[in-house]
Design a binder for this molecule. Structure first.
Ligand SMILES: Cc1cc2nc3c(=O)[nH]c(=O)nc-3n(C[C@H](O)[C@H](O)[C@H](O)COP(=O)(O)OP(=O)(O)OC[C@H]3O[C@@H](n4cnc5c(N)ncnc54)[C@H](O)[C@@H]3O)c2cc1C
Length: 394
């Protein structure tokens, strides 16, 4: 069926080919990709796009380390490579700027052991990343304030695969793209409350119910209890949230500075001279949106790591809750025992680098085509088995 026909039938019978819960980076990419493939799409968001974990500003796009290569590392590597073209296409389609730049990354080396390990990884990077991207160990960074030379007593790793993006810029571009696609309907301020796979219907918080061909649960941390319920598992068994806090500083920094990452602290220069700094990882928290002294500590460490931002004023503080599936890997694909229900959640700390490729996997499955290879450890069944093992009930 042509896209225009599909859009018309979608308006008429209000039963989209694909219903998506959640307009974070996962749901938005999925909506755009599915609509580009000609499916009729309804994207339902409880509040506003970016209300969840995608509403931050860090935007690091970093690979896993290049040794002990596996399906998950390969998936992420390919996603990071492809993203450059994906963003170029999205920007050309929308005229929006996503703040993407492949700036590379510096990892300070604080011990001789670290330097030896990093040196051994040069060959792994060559083998697994190819020759387009560099991975080298150097004695000193190019400048002494990014990072502080005293914080890198054994030199640095400098790799050129990492990139950064503006999360608000990307969310705005995806929204702008879907706004002009005739086969997408966006419903804000409405939640998917329940899904009945047998009837292929979902109940919404506005009291209506909607039929669907497939439904994708891309609603971040809230996807896990919904998927667990559909599988008859305890609510918390498939995943949960890890709170993170970040700060934005007005530093007048050059936009081509590489990311700096050291012991959980990220320092990321963006296009407008702003520098984003993060982030905490909190498994227990009372207020998911509050920032506190843990963020002050991260900012302090970031200032020591990169003296360029020593005096830069903090202009924004932000906290969000990252969706983390039980097996740490993203959760992607059919939900066992729930026909027509798909999961797209659990990107944890890397969603901005992989969500477009996760979307490609689901759209290919819907079209019955061969898409990017999905690692087995991403499947819902794998996560459920992992959960059962963790609880000693397998
Ligand atoms: C401090 C911090 C720093 C981070 N830094 C990075 C980084 O540098 N690089 C990176 O790649 N990632 C980073 N992340 C992680 C990244 O932000 C998340 O992995 C990503 O935003 C998850 O996107 P999502 O679309 O899966 O979920 P979310 O963005 O949480 O979106 C889920 C959406 O679903 C909606 N929703 C919930 N329930 C329902 C329902 N029942 N019906 C309809 N809608 C619903 C919510 O309102 C929300 O808008 C960071 C996260 C934090 C907190």
């Amino acid at each position: 069926m042509a896209v225009a026909d599909k859009a018309a039938s979608h308006r008429g019978q209000a039963a989209p080919d694909l219903l998506i819960a959640g307009a974070g980076v996962a749901g938005l990419w999925l909506a755009v990709k599915a609509a580009r493939a000609g499916l009729s799409v309804m994207l339902v968001e409880r509040g506003n796009p970016g209300d969840g974990a995608s509403g931050g500003f860090l935007g690091a796009l970093m690979p896993h380390s290049p040794e002990r290569w596996n399906g998950k590392k390969d998936f992420q590597f390919r996603a990071l490579v492809d993203l450059e073209d994906e963003i170029a296409r999205l920007q050309a389609e929308t005229g929006e700027f996503c703040g993407y730049r492949r700036v590379g990354r510096i990892l300070p080396l604080t011990s001789e052991r670290g330097r030896i390990t990093a040196t051994e990884r040069i060959a792994d990077a060559r083998a697994n990343w190819g020759t387009r991207f560099g991975y080298e160990v150097r004695h000193t960074p190019d400048r002494s304030d990014w990072p502080n030379i005293l914080r890198a007593p054994h030199g640095i790793v400098h790799e050129t695969l990492s990139a950064r993006i503006s999360p608000p810029g990307l969310i705005a571009a995806l929204l702008s793209r879907l706004a002009v696609m005739p086969n997408i309907e966006l419903r804000l301020g409405t939640a998917v409350v329940d899904v009945a796979p047998g009837d292929r219907r979902a109940s919404l918080s506005d009291g209506t119910s909607i039929g669907f061909g497939h439904v994708a649960l891309a609603n971040g941390v809230d996807a896990f209890p919904m998927i667990a319920r559909l599988m008859g598992l305890p609510a918390q068994s498939l995943g949960g949230g890890v709170k993170g806090q970040a700060a934005l500083l007005d530093a007048g920094a050059e936009p081509d500075l590489p990311l700096v990452y050291d012991d959980g602290v990220y320092v990321i220069a963006h296009e407008n001279g702003h520098v984003a700094v993060g982030s905490t990882s909190e498994n227990e928290f009372d207020d998911p949106r509050a920032t506190d002294e843990r963020l002050d500590e991260i900012v302090k460490r970031a200032r020591k790591l990169c003296p360029l931002i020593r005096e830069a004023p903090v202009i924004r503080r932000w906290a969000g809750v990252r969706p983390k599936a039980v097996g740490r890997d993203p959760m992607l694909g059919p939900v066992p025992g729930a026909p027509g229900v798909l999961a797209m959640a659990g990107g944890f700390k890397i969603s901005f680098g992989i969500a477009h490729r996760m979307a490609d996997c689901l759209v290919a499955q819907l079209a019955g085509e061969e898409g990017p290879e999905t690692p087995e450890s991403f499947s819902v069944a794998w996560h459920a088995a992992r959960s059962a093992t963790d609880q000693g009930i397998q």
